[in-house]
Design a protein around this ligand. Structure first.
Ligand code: GAL
Length: 667
């Protein structure tokens, strides 16, 4: 379980009592009790109220809130409130404000207006955090720390002079000498050679493509600079309240932060998730993020920290979740490893930029409110799921995913701007999602021995030992599927020479001579003997075989007849290579074949639109069945089950309503 301070599925939301007169707090606490709320993320944006003037703190109001909540059985995920500094900080220290790549300073008036490298910001944040921790260290309501909020959400990087100095320090630590930096950055190109550290800057606005390795290092640095802020707070919290877990909220596949590195420093992984109800496919992307969250924590339960009960306000058009959709999407997170379901936010604001954002208590109030009814129902249901706490998700398939490679793949000056990491990952993920086959995400240096299949979408940048690692996995009997533009460069973004993908050629049994990037409307086909032709687009590798067998060949262009997809037996395993982007039907077929060859089974054979996952806890097995379809669905259950939401036994055919959910325990 996440913490024995709250041995239940977390349920609640962001609570901003400082937006309301004190009379409302009583009602809040009473309604929270009614809704089954057991946890709130408290005071995330309260810095200006907690420290109205520099060094002058006011915790009295927060004391009253925390006591009131505790008296109503509501625990607290206490925020450190450092995501939005008070206006006085900018007035006293304008240099603490962030600056964009173009040199524009960002002012207070919204939120997140701080430079992560600013010592004034860090100093002020640290003293607030220390005071909060000292004040609430022994409070029985304190269950978890909510550090800052969505690091990097609006300002993932800062280009000011302070950041430039900090970047230089970071580079000195990484390279040791200016010569090593010149070498790594390839500064012989375009007369970029540096003779003095003070000449080195962030990749500010330049006449044309800035140095790619400089860009890459600045991404690494910017993720690290924010991580330093997190760690600074976490250190204080762990010193003062050693038993209280420390977390911050992630944002799914958020490109600017290397969440592999971040998650190592957290006690609990938490995610904010806002799938668009107007997108009929939104649940597929959500599932992929949830699998990432579970994987970031090494399989440990995570918390869905924010979602909306009804609608957001920040899209151009903000569709309402349909009746039952919030419940369904909440269970989707639990089905994929979450032990907590929380919302933004508890009570809908009257003022400010988020007043039209949905909330557990909507503007209309609780009477005859569909949202409120759904919120209450979910709270009561989650209260029946304590048996799940700590349950794991067994998976035999791993998708190799790496932030640094993602950054490199999508830098400017690449062969095609249309090769996008998440689209490529989704091309692999979707067929498995639709087949109800469990997937973990892993980093490129992960131990793969627990998996039968490793999928490697476009791993552009590979560690030096990628050949041995992936080769070892395959020769020990694993199946690997890799796509084009993988293994192309080292960690400095220098090309590995001698034919792509140099270190992996032996494993794949081929050599890529060159590649052809397609125009957006351009199509080709690949022919699979015995199965016919499939469309492909985006990219074509020109492959020379060195032991691999062709599985599919191009039908058109000057490379017609040459291999597009290959298979290579290697040791006891097999390595497939995709030199192009085939249509989804091909991916269904290929991954279906790879799974059945490897003996990887779905959680459940279910009709289209029905998602099924398994979690296990000790010897107990739980099956989640979720109907994303707009029609009812019949599902054949293997063996006998007990429905945890209704207490009834289930066997044979399970009937699910549209957006229906079943959480079953094997009888
Ligand atoms: C999140 C943020 C919340 C709130 C919410 C609205 O990004 O953490 O504070 O702004 O979005 O959807």
């Amino acid at each position: 379980m996440i913490t024995d301070r709250l041995p239940h599925v977390f349920y609640g939301g962001d609570y901003n009592p400082d937006q309301w007169p004190e009379e409302v707090w009583e009602e809040d606490a009473r309604l929270m009790q009614e809704a089954g709320v057991n946890l709130v993320s408290l005071a995330i944006f309260s810095w200006a109220r907690l420290e109205p003037r520099p060094g002058e703190y006011d915790f009295d109001w927060l004391d009253r809130v925390v006591d009131l909540l505790d008296a109503h059985g509501v625990k607290v995920d206490l925020a450190t409130a450092t995501a939005s500094p008070p206006p006085w900080l900018a007035k006293l220290h304008p240099e603490s404000l962030p600056v964009t790549r173009e040199g524009v300073r960002l002012w207070p008036g919204s939120r997140q207006h701080y430079c992560p490298s600013s010592s004034e910001y860090r100093k002020a944040a640290a003293s607030l955090v220390r005071r909060l921790a000292e004040r609430y260290r022994d409070h029985p309501a304190l269950v978890m720390w909510h550090v800052n909020n969505e690091y990097g959400c609006h300002v993932p990087e800062c280009y000011c002079d302070t950041s430039a100095r900090h970047f230089r320090e970071w580079l000195r630590a990484r390279y040791g000498s200016l010569e090593a930096l010149n070498d790594a950055w390839g500064t012989a190109f375009w007369a970029q050679h540096y003779s003095d550290w003070d000449e080195v800057n962030p990749p500010r606005a330049t006449p044309t493509f800035p140095n790619p390795t400089q860009q890459l290092d600045f991404r690494r640095f910017s993720s690290d600079a924010l991580l330093e802020c997190f760690e600074m707070e976490a250190r204080i919290l762990r010193e003062i309240t050693p038993g209280v877990p420390v977390s911050t909220n992630f944002m799914g596949f958020f490109k600017p932060l290397d969440y592999w590195k971040w998650a190592e420093r957290e006690d609990v992984v938490a995610d904010d998730s806002y799938p668009d109800p107007s997108d009929p496919e939104a649940h597929v992307g959500a599932a992929m993020s949830y699998d990432l969250m579970r994987s970031l924590g090494g399989g440990r339960p995570w918390v869905l920290m924010e979602q909306t009960p009804s609608k957001v306000n920040w899209r151009r058009r903000n569709a309402l979740k349909r009746p039952g959709q919030m419940r369904l999407w909440s269970y989707q997170a639990v089905a994929r490893g979450a032990d907590g379901v929380m919302f933004f936010q508890w009570r809908a604001s009257r003022a400010g930029a988020e007043k039209f954002h949905g909330a557990m208590v909507p503007h209309v109030g609780t009477e005859s409110s569909r949202t409120w009814e759904e919120v209450r129902q979910l709270g009561s249901e989650l209260g029946r799921l304590d048996a799940l706490l700590g349950a794991r998700t067994p998976a035999s398939v791993a998708i190799v995913f790496d932030w640094e490679s993602w950054w490199g793949l999508e830098l400017d000056s690449r062969p095609s701007a249309d090769v996008r990491m998440l689209e490529q990952a989704m091309a692999y993920y979707r067929p498995l999602f639709e087949a109800n086959i469990a997937v973990d995400f892993v980093r490129p240096d992960a131990d793969l021995s627990g998996y039968r299949i490793a999928l490697v979408p476009n791993l552009y940048m590979t560690p030096d030992d990628a050949g041995e690692r992936l080769g070892g996995f395959v020769s020990d009997g694993g199946a690997l599927v890799m796509s084009f533009f993988s293994g192309t460069v080292d960690r400095n973004d220098h090309v590995r020479l001698g034919g792509y993908p140099a270190q992996l050629r032996e494993l794949l049994g081929l050599r890529v001579e060159d590649f052809d990037a397609y125009a957006p409307e351009q199509r080709n086909h690949i022919n699979v003997p015995g199965r016919g032709a499939f469309e492909c687009d985006l990219w074509s590798d020109l492959i020379g075989l060195e032991g691999a067998e062709p599985l599919a060949t191009y039908t058109a262009d000057f490379y017609a007849g040459r291999s597009a997809v290959t298979r290579n037996r290697f040791g006891r395993g097999v390595a497939y290579y995709l030199g192009t982007r085939p249509e989804p039907g091909f991916m269904d077929w290929l991954l279906g074949t790879v799974c059945s060859e490897a003996g990887v089974e779905p959680a459940l054979e279910a009709p289209d639109g029905v998602e099924a996952t398994i979690r296990t806890n000790g010897g107990r097995e739980y099956l989640f069945v979720l109907n994303h379809g707009r029609e009812g669905a019949d599902v054949r259950l293997p063996g006998g089950w007990r429905d945890l939401l209704t207490g009834e036994g289930r066997e044979g055919t399970l009937r699910l309503d549209p957006f229906g959910v079943a959480v079953l325990e094997r009888a």
